[in-house]
Design a protein around this ligand. Structure first.
Ligand SMILES: [Zn+2]
Length: 339
């Protein structure tokens, strides 16, 4: 889908190390992707009282009060990142990912959501790897028009890589969204998918990486539910201190427009910018099956810590998590009132 950008990416010399070249997301299209100028205007984060946590006494989140972000609590989301990071590196099939799976499942259930777990084996270049997808379901009045949210929770298998931003941040956002949404019932169902195996085991390709999303898209197609999904909102790498979300150019235009206009209305245009870039990610298997989809993802090549041991908790901003969550909540509201 975005083979060309890959070569451009290589040409641009952004690639830090071959091993993680396409580990998370395929590629970026424009040379402006790494231009840091558009982030310099960001105001410094205002530090608020950190939420206490026995595991992370140094926990420090800059999240605004939940009332200002539609009820989405950025401090709670930040604590979910801290919890995941404390489990250590969480590649598919590892002991730490089993702990993460237990955490995700118990959190989702504690919010009152029905949770479906799909345990499957993925055939990877390194052999068969056990994986688990989670699908939390909030019912609605009309089953034709499911609003699907999603992220991956596995981390790239690299030495000392704890993946605070990739994929701790977006997993945290989904958990906090679930806390908000599981107590609501709208016109349309809201399903929250948390995928295993987004990261490539060796080299990112059509068959290495996106194991969980490919599995879920195929499953939902088999049960006949996939055509009922009216929109898929994907989040990935959303917790950085000054993230730049570009309009992902393979995503469905009307849905990108809806998310970006929602962000603009809420005053988040500094984070949701008008530039575009192409990224391969977990929305691809859904796009291929004609599900309107959008990927909200940071300009990860510009972070400097993507797929390195520096992707640690100190890189995470509760404010960025809260803004992402707020935009998702408001977009869901708009989708609920859209036929
Ligand atoms: Zn990644």
């Amino acid at each position: 889908m975005a083979g060309l950008p890959t070569s451009l990416l290589r040409m641009m010399g952004i690639v830090v190390a071959c091993a993680c070249l396409l580990g998370c997301n395929g590629s970026k299209e424009s040379a402006s992707a790494v231009n840091a100028n558009d982030r310099t205007a960001s105001s410094p984060p205002v530090l608020s009282q950190p939420q206490g946590s026995a595991n992370s006494p140094q926990l420090s989140s800059d999240a605004p009060a939940a009332e200002t972000t539609g009820g989405f609590d950025g401090n709670k989301a930040y604590a979910h990142v801290a919890k995941q990071v404390a489990f250590g590196p969480r590649p598919s099939g590892s002991q730490a990912i089993v702990k993460t799976q237990e955490y995700i499942e118990s959190e989702l259930k504690s919010y009152g959501c029905a949770v479906e777990v799909d345990a499957f084996n993925a055939d990877t270049p390194a052999g068969r790897v056990p994986m688990k997808n989670f699908l939390a379901k909030v019912g609605g009045e009309n089953n034709n028009g499911i609003i699907l949210l999603g992220t991956h929770y596995d981390t790239k298998k690299l030495d000392n890589f704890v993946g605070a931003d990739d994929a701790g941040s977006s997993t945290a956002v989904m958990l906090e969204l679930a806390r908000q949404l599981c107590k609501q019932r709208g016109r349309y169902p809201v399903w929250i998918a948390i995928f295993d195996g987004e990261e490539a085991v060796q080299n990112w390709s059509e068959t290495d990486g996106r194991y969980g999303s490919r599995q879920m898209a195929a499953q939902l197609a088999m049960t006949g539910e996939l055509p009922k999904v009216k929109a898929f909102l994907l989040a990935d790498i959303v917790g950085g201190r000054n993230p730049v979300f570009k309009r992902e150019s393979t995503s469905t235009k009307w849905l990108v427009d809806l998310v970006w206009s929602t962000a603009r209305r809420l005053g988040y245009s500094k984070m949701f910018v008008e530039q575009s870039a192409s990224v391969e990610d977990d929305h691809d298997p859904f796009l291929k099956r004609n599900v309107p989809s959008v990927d909200v993802i940071n300009d990860f090549t510009a972070t400097g810590y993507w797929h390195t041991p520096q992707d640690t908790l100190d890189k995470i901003s509760g404010k960025s998590l809260a803004i992402t969550g707020h935009v998702f909540l408001e977009t869901i509201k708009a989708l609920q009132s859209r036929k």
